[in-house]
Design a binder for this molecule. Structure first.
Ligand code: AMP
Ligand code: GLY
Length: 432
């Protein structure tokens, strides 16, 4: 493949890991990350552009001769960046390749109501549910009464990962339904999905597809969403990840393929949705049969799963992204490293509630045998990094098993410092 110029959109640890991987491609020409973070400048050139500012993104595409845009986060996809860039490319009489679905496909993440209807239409296993609005709140009460605790209430729209409430008491669930409908999550909770609670072990499966039925499955991972050890405390963007989790064995992955991935891709085609990009299946493995159910779809890679998934892919990923973006994905499997990878996220003190920014990050950020992916970091004028977000950096290591890999990541984090630095010391322990 000839070399091509790439623009990656996003600024998190996920984009750092994608940038790290793509920068190693034999086919990489010039590489830009917008806006990137304090670490992504190691892999390409950061551009100070917001991914939802489509005019600015297009200007960067033309100014830098970009051939391929890889959209890392969901916001621009739900807002229609594919359509916007394709329209501009058409006007300009040039081609543009994009990894990431159009707005219709992005509704799999942008509207939980759409996603649940979609799963129902195509027989994809998921929790029983109904959707309610302010007009139908009394029906919502009745549906809650038909379920058993705990109760799962989800804002229909994007709520930065915070729109899911799991509530133990029926009275509190009814009160929360009213608060959500009254605008607890702004417009995102004008519709609320109530669903049956599923109990099991969660894992994340990532599929790259070309809109024509071609697809490739990336290594599966498990993330750790709660802030506290032993899965306690508030939900976060993710405190660490393990790739692969032992629960995603061949038998489970075969069920995921036949019951979830294939019907999802067939459903998208039946709806006339030309989906070229990543589909993130948030799954839960339930019951004595270890059956997979879909908790949620996302239309991008997971964060912090990507930080442990990318290091395990040994194939050159860039040509595979190009095939998917062209609608000509012929790659069917990716070569992977046999070792386990464990990512541990270091966060700002107080996160996911209020926290301070601007803390100097010191210590060994390039340790032997561990990759440190920056997330919420930026560079000071003197070129040294400081914190700029809740999730600050991820230490990722390979090992012969989870214990070995996590020990290496913990050793690396022991040599990195910032005021208020916190991380969970039990990433992967539940899988041992
Ligand atoms: P979501 O944003 O849909 O991924 O939900 C956030 C988290 O809530 C998931 O990772 C699960 O841990 C939990 N969750 C969501 N839906 C359910 C459900 N139906 N049953 C049990 N847990 C759920
Ligand atoms: N790790 C979960 C997410 O990226 O949504």
């Amino acid at each position: 493949m000839e070399s091509l110029n790439v623009l990656l959109l996003g600024s998190g640890g996920r984009e750092a890991a994608i940038a790290w991987k793509l920068s190693q491609s034999k086919s990489m020409g010039r590489f830009f990350i917008a806006p990137g973070n304090g670490g992504t400048g190691d892999f390409g050139t950061n551009l100070d552009i917001r991914p939802t500012d489509f005019e600015a993104v297009w200007d960067a595409v033309t100014a830098n001769g970009i051939d391929l845009v890889v959209v890392g986060n969901e916001d621009p996809l739900v807002a229609g960046i594919r359509e916007a860039l394709e329209a501009k490319a058409k006007d300009a009489g040039r081609d543009i390749l994009i990894v990431g679905p159009g707005a219709a496909g992005a509704a799999l993440e942008g509207s939980k109501d759409f996603a649940k209807h979609f799963m129902q239409r195509y027989g994809i296993p998921t929790a029983r549910y109904q959707t309610f609005t302010a007009e139908t709140v009394a029906d919502g009460d009745r549906f809650l009464e038909s379920l058993t605790a705990p109760y799962v209430l989800k804002a229909d729209g994007l709520a930065a990962g915070k729109g899911v409430l799991i509530i133990d008491s029926l009275e509190q669930a009814k009160a929360s339904l009213r608060e959500m409908l009254a605008g607890q999550f702004g417009k995102a909770s004008a519709k609320v999905v109530i669903e049956e609670f599923l109990s099991g072990i969660e894992c994340s499966v990532f599929v790259l597809t070309d809109g024509k039925g071609g697809y490739v499955v990336l290594p599966p991972a498990k993330d750790y969403k709660r802030v506290g050890e032993g899965d306690t405390g508030l939900n976060t963007g993710g405190m660490g990840s393990v790739c692969p989790p032992p629960i995603a064995d061949d038998e489970f992955m075969a069920k995921v393929d036949s019951r979830i991935i294939r019907p999802t891709l067939e459903g998208l085609r039946a709806e006339g949705i030309d989906y070229r990009g990543f589909i993130f299946l948030g799954l839960i493995r339930c019951g004595a049969e270890n059956d997979p159910y879909v908790i949620e779809y996302n239309v991008r890679m997971g964060d912090p799963e990507t930080e442990s998934v990318m290091p395990r892919i040994t194939s050159d990923l860039l040509p595979v992204l190009v095939e998917a973006a062209k609608g000509e994905l012929t790659t069917r499997t990716l070569e992977t490293d046999p070792r386990t990878a464990v990512a541990v996220m270091a966060v700002s003190g107080g996160y996911p509630e209020a926290y301070e920014k601007g803390k100097a990050i010191t210590g060994d950020l390039r340790p032997e045998g561990t990759i440190v992916f920056h997330a919420g970091t930026r560079l000071r004028p003197d070129g040294t990094p400081e914190t700029s977000g809740g999730r600050v950096l991820a230490a990722v290591s390979y090992g012969k098993d989870i214990e070995d890999a996590s020990a290496r990541s913990y050793t690396a984090l022991g040599n990195i410092h910032f005021d208020g630095m916190y991380f969970r010391r039990d990433i992967g322990k539940d899988l041992l």
